[in-house]
Design a protein around this ligand. Sequence first.
Ligand SMILES: Cc1cc2nc3c(=O)[nH]c(=O)nc-3n(C[C@H](O)[C@H](O)[C@H](O)COP(=O)(O)O)c2cc1C
Length: 173
Amino acid sequence: MKILVSYSSLTGNTKKVATAIYNELLLHSEVNRVDLLPITNSINIGDYDYIFHGFWVDKENADPKSKKYFSIIQNKKIALFATLGALADSPHAHKSMQKAGLLLDESNTLLPTFICRGKIDPILTERRRKKYPIGHKQALTPEREALHISSHKHPNKDDLKNAREWAISVLRQ
Ligand SMILES: Cc1cc2nc3c(=O)[nH]c(=O)nc-3n(C[C@H](O)[C@H](O)[C@H](O)COP(=O)(O)O)c2cc1C
């Protein structure tokens, strides 16, 4: 089988997860070919049986480049994975993945998904702090600030291990 691991990544979190998945897939004999590619306008998805695609969560959905990429994918087996700043088992994480999946054409077969946390860029945290005064519904409350800080450790070793295990379970199902 031929597999493409594609990804979109602004600050490197999703690239790390994509690379871990790629390295894992390389180890398995049933995989004849696996390529790791960031998405670009000239990406060729022609003869891959499977696409493992990683996006970063943007406003509870896939990031803009991934959304555009989804529109060219047809008749593939697709395993989506993602990173986000929020907790991975939160309703927000589930909804983000669900909304991203709904953007894919019905001719595709959607396989199980994987999502884990990724470091929130401290520039974003600072921007939010400045933009929204205390009392505003978007303000950086102490709880939100703690969430931003705890995201800094991700994706960690366990996240990458879980991603690798997930990738193999997808192939073997
Ligand atoms: C413009 C923008 C919007 C974001 N929106 C969300 C969001 O809705 N929910 C969330 O949990 N994280 C959000 N994040 C955080 C990123 O999804 C997270 O840091 C991700 O791991 C970044 O991946 P990357 O390093 O591959 O770019 C947002 C980040 C940016 C830059």
